[in-house]
Design a protein around this ligand. Sequence first.
Ligand SMILES: NCCC[C@H](NC(=O)CCC(=O)O)C(=O)O
Ligand SMILES: NC(=O)OP(=O)(O)O
Length: 314
Amino acid sequence: MKHFTQFENISLAEQLIEQALQYKIDSRKHISKGLGKRVGCIFLNPSLRTRASTQIAALNLGMEPIIINMDKEGWALEMQEGAVMNKTTVEHIKDAAAVLGTYFDVLAIRAFPTLTNKDEDIEDFVLNQFKKYANVPIISLESAIRHPLQSLADMITIQENSKAIKKPKVVLTWAPHIKAIPHAVANSFAEWAVGCGHDLTITHPEGYDLDPQFTQGAVIELDQKKALKNADFVYVKNWSAFNDYGKIHSTDSSWMLTESHFENAPEAKVMHCLPVRRNVELSDEILDGPRSLVQKQAENRIFAAQAVLSKIII
Ligand SMILES: NCCC[C@H](NC(=O)CCC(=O)O)C(=O)O
Ligand SMILES: NC(=O)OP(=O)(O)O
């Protein structure tokens, strides 16, 4: 594995899950593995979990993490090839990426979508510019279209909480939000859940179809009540429209899960990547109740990142 930017195959996913679970038992077992290696964590957008968990993961392997909050501390980046840079942008991404590639053994990048330029977002333009010009392994810390470290942590959390269930029914449900939100978490979750062999149903209001490249192998059921029936895990996420790109078509609060939504799924556990808008996306009742796995998912972000870094620096 050179880069970690998406789901590759089930055998690699299983290896990473297994390694992460071993690190969860003994996080320092490979404390010397990364000695002398540096990972640069480049944030073009805000973060709490990804920033802290990636640093901790690197330190657990003896690596040195360096955080650069490019959006606040770096020069304004120009993304367009051939641009005449006589306005606000100061440094071209290809120069910045090449420089960072000489400073670090691994580069980890967070680059959200524009939600206005669909073509650029779909081709994961910013992440791929780093891949093209940095010439070192690249880890996605959430790109325009995927959030694979989150999904790996989610798969670990599902495995840990599946007990005797062989093929859990997993439901990805759209939830309301006040803002236009990226598709990355939902796309990646679908890609990994199907890739790992789970029985995935996706439910959302009309007009919220995700990019079909990520939903192959999933059942789409627009009736949330039907979708939730017999669910073992319910993953809650808002996303903006994909076809009518970046637009908000619904804020229907009946899509926000409360205890009454679980009439036909009494054992279901509820997941969310966080940060969550309480009582907009998900009720206090669920988040603070026994169904919630959100803190476990966040904790598993450390071991997911550690397994990935470990595999990349071998
Ligand atoms: N990294 C985890 C999620 C990041 C992003 N959330 C947000 O932008 C929340 C913004 C807000 O609630 O104002 C998303 O859902 O894709
Ligand atoms: N879930 C997640 O990626 O959280 P942050 O955006 O805080 O890193």
